[in-house]
Design a binder for this molecule. Structure first.
Ligand SMILES: [Zn+2]
Length: 248
């Protein structure tokens, strides 16, 4: 159990207000040179349904990974696939519309009800400005959506948001050499407990040369989860256990 799990929501917010080390805040830690941990906070509102993060036909907005400015789908081999024996695989999905930078500044929506557990600027990191949300399902499964390369945020750490609320604007922050797009990935609870230091994940962690066994262990396909929960009904009980997602 991490130290944060023993803190109440009130304690966490109180600590955050005083800028305790290890707790990430926006805008207080904007441009901080030190990677910060996400706070361990479960949302009070469970997931009812999902929406796509931007308007449009998902077949168009998700891209195919072949054209400049388009992007990768989940587990698609990346440009750096030669760097590992089993090839590098993309974590999550890139969302686009239009040509090149047409989509810069597009409002990005919460894909499900959730609480913001992290939002900070990692301009010196590949993912740039990011925001992470914890989503709680009816079977108590927790999943973590991460929005990356943002131009700006509209969220605060510790606050609850509803599906469809605006997270921020699409951008190209970070090491990105290409065009504006949203990188969205969906981490399992394991991401926050096991990655690197045995505690919380490096919130900015990302690799274009991640081994597929790692990606499959720690992440699920956000497009699949969104698509399967578009109707405003609760997911069937044990939905995630059936999909092999629930791993506490
Ligand atoms: Zn991406």
């Amino acid at each position: 159990m991490s130290k944060f799990e023993r803190l109440s929501r009130r304690d966490i917010l109180k600590l955050a207000a005083f800028g305790a080390s290890g707790l990430a805040l926006t805008p207080m830690l904007e441009n901080s040179p030190n990677p910060q941990e996400a706070i361990d906070l479960k949302p009070e509102n469970i997931v009812t349904h999902s929406v796509w993060p931007i308007d449009g036909d998902p077949k168009i907005i998700m891209g195919d990974g072949k054209n400049p400015g388009v992007g990768y789908t989940h587990l698609m081999p990346t440009v750096n696939r030669d760097w590992t024996p089993d090839g590098g695989h993309h974590i999550g999905v890139d969302f686009n519309w239009g040509d090149f930078d047409d989509d810069c500044g597009t409002p990005l929506k919460m894909i499900m009800n959730g609480v913001c557990v992290f939002a900070a600027d990692g301009e010196w990191r590949q993912m740039g400005k990011i925001a992470i949300f914890c989503h709680r399902f009816s079977d108590e499964t927790l999943l973590y959506s991460r929005f990356a390369h943002l131009d700006s945020w509209n969220v605060e750490v510790g606050k609850e948001y509803k599906v469809g609320d605006i997270v921020g604007k699409m951008g190209k922050s970070g090491w990105l050499k290409g065009f504006c797009h949203l990188h969205l990935d969906l981490g399992k609870r394991k991401v926050f407990e096991e990655h690197y230091n045995g505690k919380f994940a490096d919130a900015w962690w990302y690799s274009h040369y991640a081994p597929i066994r790692y990606v499959e262990k720690y992440f699920v396909d956000p497009a699949k989860v969104i698509r399967e929960n578009l109707k405003p009904n609760k997911p069937p009980k044990r939905y995630f256990r059936q999909h092999g997602v629930c791993e506490f």
